[in-house]
Design a protein around this ligand. Structure first.
Ligand code: ZN
Length: 504
């Protein structure tokens, strides 16, 4: 039998990748459906269907044939002959393949079952303020993570290998440096604001009917350039965006009658994620590169739109009139009061409710704890105490119980160690990108104040969105800013904004 040519192998590889992408898209629709109102009675069967499809997908991604194709295509001579797109696709697949293959299938199977049990136990333990029941599950999850680290291998720090899964190339050394710089600015800034008289924000709890919140959400998504012909907006409990392909990117939000801020900024946040996914180049459809390049870069887009544009004064100068028209309950609230209220800084216990400034401190606490856990410097049993001590140190407040403390996030129960830093990385990337965008678009503020988002979207598309996963995270930031990640852009931005708001 004659050996297959590189072209034939590439064609087979692309076909296999496309098949995997199809499974992923089908799973994406099923998850979306589950979280936007699928009938409760069908959920148990649905979970099984998802299990079956996920297993098939995992089998395809780790199949012997995939291994053979990747081995052949990554041989130097073959690799060099590939196009840039195919080289990058093969490199990504090889990385995923190697990582998956290092875990014995039986071990992975047991871990998946444990993680789903741990999540259910956590769901019960949280409202009951019951860390003791959750503890043995978390101990096992952490134990598995440590075993995975050994199997995957690691460089300088054990935690690096977990970071790399969400933010390729990120390390403890890099993060310690950027978080250290961020903390030095944020802790005194938050303390200075806490010493000032609190803002009057009581009007933010006025009742706003869901229908009005939905109308404004839809309006504002259209304004920022979200394409409803390639997406839709639905209510959910924990808002998310899901990119099935660039022609189908769905946004969800949450309507709380006496907290209009919630839907307002959830919508713009998820809208930012969606703008990224809707504008990935059609040339990447069907490949493993047809999505955002990393969690951190993705989060940079949600936060750039939510905070840096959506919570800016020029934005509300343009849209506050529309808001008052759609939401009459705010007819007598001056724009300036509203602007300050949506930018209120207040050290709080719950991460998801934190403001733009203190949010980063919530993340740094989790990062420090994860790092210690993975390096055997902290035991799960001592986690609640360590958590509370860090909140006192970083934010000056202490949780009265574990529900408002160590039990608040879902991430750890599902084994999502290494994920949290993405949120703050997103803020840092976003500030650096904003600086570059302002330099490239001198009329930026005037554009926002006039609701002209086309030049902004076009610039972001050219620099970031269109490339999908064709560029790595560090290539994206270099492509945008001509430099590596630098936290001083975020500290400069936050200092300027909040010193003005709080007259410091
Ligand atoms: Zn997000």
């Amino acid at each position: 039998m004659r050996m297959a040519t590189i072209e034939q192998r590439l064609a087979e590889y692309l076909e296999l990748t496309k098949k995997m992408k199809s499974y992923e898209e089908a799973l994406g629709v099923l998850y979306w459906d589950m979280r936007t109102g699928a009938p409760r009675k069908g959920l148990e069967t649905r979970a099984e269907v998802i299990g079956v499809l996920s297993t098939e997908l995992f089998k395809l991604s780790t199949s012997d044939r995939m291994g053979e194709l990747l081995a052949a295509l990554t041989e130097p001579a073959a690799f060099e002959s590939l196009s840039r797109l195919h080289r990058r696709s093969v490199t990504e697949s090889k990385k995923d393949y190697d990582r998956s293959k290092k875990i014995p299938p039986e071990m992975y199977q047991k871990y998946v079952v444990l993680a789903s049990q741990a999540e259910s136990v956590w769901e019960e333990a949280k409202p009951n303020n019951d860390f003791a029941t959750f503890r043995p599950y978390l101990e096992q999850v952490v134990d598995y993570q440590k075993q995975f680290i050994e199997l995957w291998g690691y460089g300088e720090n054990k935690y690096d290998t977990l970071l790399d899964a969400y933010e390729p190339g990120m390390t403890v050394t890099k993060l310690d440096a950027v978080f250290g710089a961020l903390r030095e600015t944020l802790v005194p800034l938050v303390a200075a604001i806490a010493a000032k008289p609190a803002l009057d924000t009581a009007f933010m709890n006025r009742k706003v009917p869901t229908e009005q919140q939905r109308a404004f959400s839809e309006f504002i998504l259209k304004e920022i350039g979200y394409d409803f012909a390639a997406g839709r907006l639905d209510p959910t409990t924990h808002p998310f965006a899901t990119g099935l392909n660039p022609g189908d990117v769905r946004v969800t939000t949450r309507y709380i009658e006496d907290d209009v801020k919630n839907s307002l900024f959830s919508t713009i946040h998820e809208g930012g994620h969606a703008l990224y996914e809707q504008n990935v180049s059609p040339a990447l459809i069907g490949t493993n590169l047809c999505t955002g390049t990393s969690m951190g870069i993705h989060e940079s887009q949600s936060r750039l739109w939510e905070n840096m544009i959506g919570r800016s004064r020029p934005f509300w100068e343009r849209y506050y009139g529309d808001f008052q028209r759609i939401v009459p309950a705010f007819a007598d609230v001056p724009m300036e009061d509203f602007y300050r209220a949506v930018n209120e800084v207040k050290p709080s216990l719950i991460r998801t409710e934190a403001d733009e400034l203190t949010y980063n401190l919530h993340i740094m606490i989790r990062y420090e704890l994860e790092k210690r856990l993975m390096n055997d410097e902290l035991q799960v049993a001592d986690l609640p105490e360590a958590w509370n001590a860090m909140y006192k140190e970083y934010l000056g407040i202490e949780p009265p119980n574990d529900e408002l403390g160590v039990l608040q996030d879902v991430h750890w129960s599902g084994g999502g160690f290494g994920y949290f830093p993405s949120y703050s990385l997103g803020n840092m990337y976003a500030a650096q990108m904003m600086d570059a965008m302002r330099a490239a678009l001198p009329t930026f503020d005037a554009d926002v104040a006039a609701g002209r988002f086309d030049p902004i979207k076009a610039w972001l598309t050219e620099k970031i969105y269109t490339h999908g996963k064709l560029l790595t995270p560090s290539e994206v930031i270099r492509n945008v800013a001509g430099a590596e990640l630098d936290p001083t852009y975020l500290t400069t931005y936050l200092e300027a904004k909040y010193k003005e708001i709080y007259a410091l």
